[in-house]
Design a protein around this ligand. Sequence first.
Ligand code: GTP
Ligand code: MG
Ligand code: ZN
Length: 314
Amino acid sequence: MVGVVIKSTGSWLDVETEEGMIYNCKLKGTFRTKGIKSTNPVAVGDNVKFLILDDNKTGLVNQILPRHNYLVRKATNLSKVSHIIAANLDQVFIIATLALPRTSTGFIDRFLVTSEAYHIPASIVFNKIDLYNRKLNSQMAEFEKIYSEAGYNCFSVSAIRGDNLDLLKTSLRGRRTLFSGHSGVGKSALINAIEPILDLKTKELSGYHKVGMHTTTFAEMLRLSDGGYIIDTPGIKEFGLSDFNRREIAERFPEIRRYMKECRFNNCSHVHEPGCAVQKALSEGMISESRFKNYLSILNDDYWKATENDYRST
Ligand SMILES: Nc1nc2c(ncn2[C@@H]2O[C@H](COP(=O)(O)OP(=O)(O)OP(=O)(O)O)[C@@H](O)[C@H]2O)c(=O)[nH]1
Ligand SMILES: [Mg+2]
Ligand SMILES: [Zn+2]
């Protein structure tokens, strides 16, 4: 049998066949993803081959079919093992908010760097705009400008009040979309607002201050009545980069990529070199200060100290 993994709770997987049958499956033996030390060899969105067991309800997954793409992160930059968030995606929506729990641009930019590396189109969804005051609204306008100029779609929405959900729905239609972001930003609440029949568990308002409490505890792929799927995931604290070459980082910022070919040195790090076209674009306001600051911050991550992929070694 062949099916797609629609839920992963660690040791058990729910696998759905094309006919819409769902089997609760275990993994047969050990699997390894080439080149990645991963906590979960099989992820939601994976196409798998499996055997149906005698009870006709459970199964045994014995093969993972080749992936079209996947998204990987580490719990922190220094963690040894990676986690495959999901596989075979059409796009990823980073659910963010400027209300609580506020999402930093550092988090957004690390996420975007990874989605660029895996060639998965990303959009940023600013949620909870019903809670924004004038100052937060003007910050959001600034972020929307920065990210749309860099080439990313932005949405400003409210799961509670319903603002701009029609725009969100239009871009979800017929696609498989990953929802990811910090715990409490409203990933599940947004999915409920889009598809009320799913009735996903969301955090009680009074539960806000319980730091570290995750409401969604496993990844799950949910079917939309308009066509398409959303993968709801547990909140993540940090977005640690996995398996990167340091020289690759600049290319993962589309607006830096646009200028770097014109740098005098082809191994330019765009930090201090003479004749740097990226520095010139930055001084002319063609690259945002915030994005460049996060580029530098990623270049200075401790992560690189543990790897050999440094500028000095090339
Ligand atoms: N005011 C307001 N509150 C919202 C909005 N969206 C979500 N919330 C609230 O934020 C809290 C967290 O929402 P969830 O949907 O559980 O957040 P989550 O991102 O799924 O969190 P995890 O499952 O832990 O990753 C809930 O109390 C929601 O009611 C919004 O647009 N406006
Ligand atoms: Mg949730
Ligand atoms: Zn340069």
